[in-house]
Design a protein around this ligand. Structure first.
Ligand code: DGY
Length: 326
């Protein structure tokens, strides 16, 4: 009998086709994530789950899922997974690293440029009919070329940001748990501690996973270290930033602007005070949202599933100890 896979949303067709070649596939057809009771019920009958970052996979779910062998996240981030609980139950967990790196860095850089050059404000200005003439002081922004970019986290996406920044003649600082001397040599990056990075950067871009150590890494104290002319970009996870503290820093002009692809919670509520500020650009977690990249992610998520349920090591296994075969 063919194995059963539940997919928690309509992912791009190529991924679904690949899954359907091998398994009996059920796809949750709604725009919103399956409610928790539905997810638990479906997990209870599945050999594999393809999940999104909006689906929590924890001990409770795993205990509802006696046949479950693999959960394949359609995302590189996996803070929705309890890896330890999965490993303890021999459930393999996978993600989609690499394929979304450049697309995510594109969006991070686009946000940086949008905030620095007040693009969204300018578009609104034109649409509201306020453009009367060329103005010597109209919508003045900040230069990107020649400025200092601070990368918090120099993983794949941070490194791709550094490459873009070099094209703009930016000086690039980075902080991370470990140095990357090869990247320093190749791109002329400077390794500094987080405090120095926050004090010296004109733009700070976050590229760390959400973990207990990075939750609210940008908080009241750390935001205070930033220059009043600085801009914060977050394409990592919303909870890396304390949004209440960010609002106060922006409102009191201790910080010049912010570009957010991710918020905490998601979606950001319309009543969120950050949306009342002109110097904040918020987009709905679309950093990896290009046609090509989302297709690649779908295929990769499917390939992980096919391997795991066919007795092969999934290429992007997060918890190798849970692999039941040699
Ligand atoms: C991820 O993959 O973790 C992004 O946040 C969405 O693509």
């Amino acid at each position: 009998m063919s194995k059963k896979v539940f997919v928690t949303r309509e992912i791009p067709e190529r991924g679904l086709l690949l899954l359907r070649e091998h398994f009996t596939v059920k796809v949750w057809p709604e725009e919103l994530p399956p409610p928790r009771d539905v997810l638990l019920r479906e997990a209870g009958d599945a050999d594999g789950l393809v999940t999104l970052l909006t689906d929590r996979v924890d001990a409770e779910l795993l205990d509802h899922a006696p046949r479950l062998r693999i959960v394949s996240n359609y995302a590189v981030g996996y803070d929705n997974f309890d890896l330890r609980a999965a490993t303890a139950r021999d459930v393999m967990m996978t993600n989609t690293p690499g394929v979304l790196t450049e697309t995510t860095a594109d969006l991070a850089f686009a946000l940086l440029m949008a905030v620095a050059r007040r693009i969204v404000e300018s578009v609104d200005f034109v649409k509201r009919g306020q453009w009367k003439t060329w103005g010597p002081q109209l919508l003045l922004g900040q230069d990107i070329h020649g400025a200092t970019l601070g990368l918090v986290g120099l993983g794949r996406i941070g490194l791709s940001m550094a490459r873009r920044a070099k094209g703009f003649d930016m000086q690039v600082l980075y902080s991370d748990v470990a140095r990357n001397e090869a990247a320093e040599r190749e791109l002329g990056l400077t390794f500094v501690d987080l405090e120095t990075l926050l004090r010296q950067s004109d733009f700070v871009s976050l590229h760390v996973p959400l973990t207990p150590a990075t939750r609210h890494m940008l908080n009241r104290e750390s935001l205070k270290l930033m220059k009043p002319t600085a801009v914060l970009i977050n394409t990592a996870r919303g909870a890396v930033v304390d949004e209440e503290a960010l609002y106060h820093a922006l409102k009191s002009h201790h910080l010049a602007g912010a570009g957010l692809d991710v918020t905490d919670p998601e979606p950001m509520e319309l009543s969120n005070k950050l949306l009342s500020l002109e110097n904040v650009v918020v987009v709905p977690h679309i950093a990896s949202a290009s046609v090509k990249t989302r297709t690649r992610m779908a295929v990769m998520a499917a390939e992980n599933m096919v391997a795991g349920l066919s007795g092969r090591r999934p290429p992007n296994i997060l918890n190798p100890k849970a692999i039941p075969f040699p």
